[in-house]
Ligand binder design. Structure first.
Ligand SMILES: [Zn+2]
Length: 91
């Protein structure tokens, strides 16, 4: 497994290998910059976002939303993509 410097935690760790339904450019960025541990955190965040915003995974707008969120989560967003929702998960 490749070791990368994670863009979220800044540590050198094993890169994530499975990026769920993220594809294309987003997937390439995640494979190159996301560690497995932070990825696991993102998956929890994603579940909360889906519940909070009642996202429909069959809706292309959901893809777009989650693509932006995951890039922002890993500090990989550019321009508008750098914006993230102001969402604090409940304790
Ligand atoms: Zn990390």
């Amino acid at each position: 497994m490749p070791v990368i410097t994670c863009s979220r935690c800044g540590e050198e760790k094993e890169a994530v290998t499975k990026t769920a339904f993220y594809r294309g450019e987003v997937r390439e960025k995640l494979l190159a910059h996301a560690c497995q541990q932070c990825w696991d955190e993102w998956i929890k965040m994603q579940i909360m976002l889906i519940n909070e915003y009642r996202l429909n995974l069959m809706d292309p707008a959901t893809d777009e939303f989650l693509n932006k969120q995951v890039l922002a989560f890993f500090n990989l967003g550019e321009g508008d993509d750098a914006a993230t929702v102001n969402y604090t998960p409940p304790e």
